[in-house]
Write a protein that binds this ligand. Structure first.
Ligand code: SF4
Ligand code: SF4
Length: 265
C-alpha cells in the first residue's frame, strides 16, 4: 500500500509542474498560474534543470511530494500517458489530480494510523475509510472530478484526532499549547510524545532532540533543523516535511520515508 503512495515521476506526466499554482516566494522558479506548464518542463515531462534545483535553491521543487497522485492519475485517466493529447480534457485532468492528491494524502495518514492503535473498533473504521478511498479513486473521470470530499475528510480527521489524543503525552505540566514555534530553539530537548500537529515550526531547532512518538501531523517544518535528531519513531510525518527540513547523515527518519539527497553527508 505505502509503495503506491510514493512518487514515481517516470510513470507520471509532470502533473505537478503543470497543474499547480506556484510562486517564487514558495521556492519555485517563477510565479505561474495553475494549468500552465513550468518553463523548465521538457517535452518528455522531465525537469530540464533537475540536477541544478539545489544550486538554484528551488526549495519548493525539491520539497514537493504528491503522495503518488501524479502517476496514479496518469495511469488511470491518461491511457496514452500525456495530457497534451487530451487538450479538451486537460482542465478536468488537473482537477482530478488534485482530488487524487487529497485522497492519497489522507490514505497516507490512515495507513499509519492503523498501525498506531490496538482499538478494534477504530481499526475497522480505518479499514472502511481505506476501502472507500479505493472506491472513490476508481470512479469514471466525470464522477471523480465532481467529488465532494468534505464529509470523508471530516471522518478521517476524527480518526486522526482520536489517535493523536491517545498517543500524546498526558503530562499536563509539560504540554505545548501554542501552535507557533517559529524559530524556537528546542536543541537536545526531550520531546517524546509531544503533539505538534498543525504547528508552525519553520526554522525551529530540533537538533539532537528525542522525538519518540512525537506527532508532526500537518506541522510546517520548512527549514527546521533536524540534524542529529531521531525521528525514526515520530508519527504522521510526510516526505514533503522531511524534504523541506534540514537534516544530516546522523538524522534518523521513519523507515517509510526517503533520505533527501541534498542533506549534508
Ligand atoms: S505529480 Fe508527483 S509523480 Fe508526477 S512529477 Fe510531480 S511529484 Fe513526480
Ligand atoms: S523547475 Fe523543474 S521541478 Fe520545478 S516546477 Fe519547473 S519543471 Fe517542475
Amino acid at each position: 500500500m505505502i509503495s503506491k503512495l510514493k512518487i514515481d515521476c517516470k510513470k507520471c506526466s509532470g502533473l505537478c509542474c503543470v497543474a499547480l499554482y506556484c510562486t517564487k516566494t514558495d521556492g519555485f522558479p517563477a510565479n505561474k498560474e495553475a494549468g500552465t506548464p513550468c518553463k523548465h518542463l521538457d517535452s518528455d515531462f522531465c525537469c530540464k534543470i533537475h540536477s541544478r534545483l539545489a544550486d538554484k535553491n528551488y526549495k519548493g521543487c525539491l520539497a514537493y511530494d504528491c503522495f503518488g497522485a501524479g502517476q496514479r492519475t496518469t495511469q488511470l485517466y491518461l491511457p496514452d500517458g500525456t495530457w497534451k493529447a487530451n487538450s479538451e480534457q486537460k482542465d478536468k485532468l488537473f482537477q482530478i489530480f488534485m482530488i487524487v492528491y487529497q485522497l492519497h494524502q489522507m490514505l497516507w495518514y490512515l495507513v499509519e494510523a492503523f498501525t498506531l492503535t490496538s482499538d478494534e473498533l477504530l481499526k475497522s473504521t480505518i479499514d472502511l475509510l481505506i476501502y472507500e478511498s479505493g472506491q472513490m479513486v476508481q470512479q469514471p473521470m466525470d464522477h471523480i472530478a465532481m467529488l465532494d470530499l468534505s464529509e470523508y475528510r471530516l471522518n478521517v480527521n476524527n480518526v486522526l484526532k482520536q489517535i493523536s489524543t491517545d498517543i500524546s503525552s498526558k503530562d499536563t505540566s509539560n504540554q505545548f499549547h501554542a501552535l507557533n514555534y517559529l524559530g524556537r530553539n528546542f536543541k537536545k530537548a526531550n520531546l517524546d510524545r509531544k503533539n505538534f500537529s498543525m504547528s508552525l515550526m519553520i526554522a525551529a531547532n530540533l537538533s539532537g532532540c528525542s522525538l519518540w512518538k512525537t506527532n508532526f501531523l500537518g506541522a510546517d517544518l520548512r527549514d527546521a533543523n533536524i540534524k542529529n535528531a531521531d525521528l525514526s519513531n515520530s508519527i504522521f510525518l510526510t516526505q514533503m516535511q522531511i524534504n523541506s527540513a534540514i537534516g544530516n547523515s546522523y538524522t534518523k527518519i521513519p523507515i517509510n520515508l526517503t533520505r533527501p539527497a541534498t542533506w549534508e553527508k
